[in-house]
Design a protein around this ligand. Structure first.
Ligand SMILES: [Zn+2]
Ligand SMILES: [Zn+2]
Length: 349
């Protein structure tokens, strides 16, 4: 075992502070990574503050990890010292159930192991995430980062990127399709960029007219203000696909009216009760509502390679580790364009 510096919270009301954590020795299939950048996801804050219940303390968040390989185990074949790699939301799963065998580790029947607050089978207790100097991860859960991309701006692809890429692919979004992205935050801004890179006609759907200009800069062809009833009527029954990234309770009925016959709206933001849905919103037009959670490891690599080919990265604001508590306040107030990324060098100084 080795002790490394990290940032963690000791209880749900505490600020994050510097603490020491243990990392396991490198085993046969392990990759040891010196972390260079780590993105700040809203889930980090929910876990620190125990918003979803079941948080284990200290919480060391961070599941958008970029770093350099510093050591590999005897049986590691895909990575070597010096490689630029990433780790996303999972560090393990059973590898034996049907979802695991079908490259859907995120839906492992025995529970995928979260990069933080998961069950640590090696050291006991729970896993610690990327707000730390080093991490040791089994090769299967380590990803290759395309060399042409800006590494700090790649970090958010590991969660926000795959969360939006996976449903766009699963529901087979094609060139020329009319795709609506609902909500412009960390997820929404990646949804726009990825749908645009896939050749879709992208409409940003937002309550806030002041986001219009930025949405177009990110790749939206058009902006639809959801509070404008006339505009919403004009777009009725016209969308091939809707990606709903709104992270809080809301009324989905007005959005369902936008879908074509047989088209689907996929929920990726709100893990909580929604306003009641009217059955007629689905029945009239044989419409569908579905959900999606990150993506499997194979698909996450595919997403990174796609981003390498199409030069897609996240819009980021880089911060020092010491400024994380202020950054959390700003994320909660939607005051970031569009993702904070921690420069982990600041923790080593
Ligand atoms: Zn996340
Ligand atoms: Zn499994």
């Amino acid at each position: 075992m080795s002790q490394v510096k990290a940032y963690g919270a000791q209880d749900k009301d505490a600020d994050l502070k510097q603490i020491d954590i243990e990392r396991r020795e490198v085993k046969d299939k392990d990759v040891k990574i010196q972390i260079t950048y780590c993105g700040v996801c809203h889930s980090d804050i929910h876990t620190v503050r125990n918003d979803w219940g079941g948080s284990k303390y200290p919480v060391v968040p961070g599941h958008e990890i970029i770093g350099k390989v510093v050591e590999v185990g005897n049986q590691v074949s895909n990575f070597k010292e010096g490689d630029l790699v990433g780790v996303g939301c999972m560090v393990d799963s059973c590898r034996e159930c049907d979802p695991c065998k079908n490259d859907l580790e995120q839906f492992c029947e025995n529970g995928m192991v979260g990069t933080y607050n998961g069950k640590d089978k090696h050291l006991g207790g729970h896993t610690f995430g990327g707000y730390s100097e080093m991490i040791v991860v089994e090769e299967h859960f380590v990803l290759s980062i395309p060399k042409n991309l800006d590494e700090k701006a790649v970090a958010p692809l590991l969660c926000a990127g795959i969360t939006t890429y996976s449903p766009l692919r699963h529901w087979n979004v094609q060139e020329g399709d009319k795709v609506g992205v609902i909500g412009l935050g960390g997820l929404g801004h990646m949804g726009i960029k990825l749908a645009h890179a896939m050749g879709a006609k992208v409409v940003m759907i937002t309550t806030s007219p002041k986001k219009a200009e930025d949405a177009k800069r990110l790749g939206a062809d058009e902006v639809l203000i959801s509070k404008d009833e006339e505009a919403m009527k004009k777009h009725a029954n016209s969308f091939d696909f809707l990606l709903n990234t709104v992270p809080v309770k809301h009324d989905i009925n007005p959005y369902l009216a936008l879908l074509k016959i047989d088209a689907t709206m996929v929920m990726v933001g709100a893990i909580e009760p929604l306003e009641p849905m009217h059955g007629g919103s689905l029945i009239m037009g044989r419409k569908r509502v579905a959900g999606s959670l990150i993506g499997g490891i194979k698909e996450t690599q595919e997403m990174l390679d796609f981003c390498g080919e199409h030069n897609v990265v996240s819009d980021v604001e880089v911060i020092d580790m010491q400024n994380i508590n202020d950054a959390y306040e700003r994320v909660v107030n939607s005051d970031v364009k569009y993702r904070f990324v921690i420069d982990m060098e600041s923790l080593r100084n």
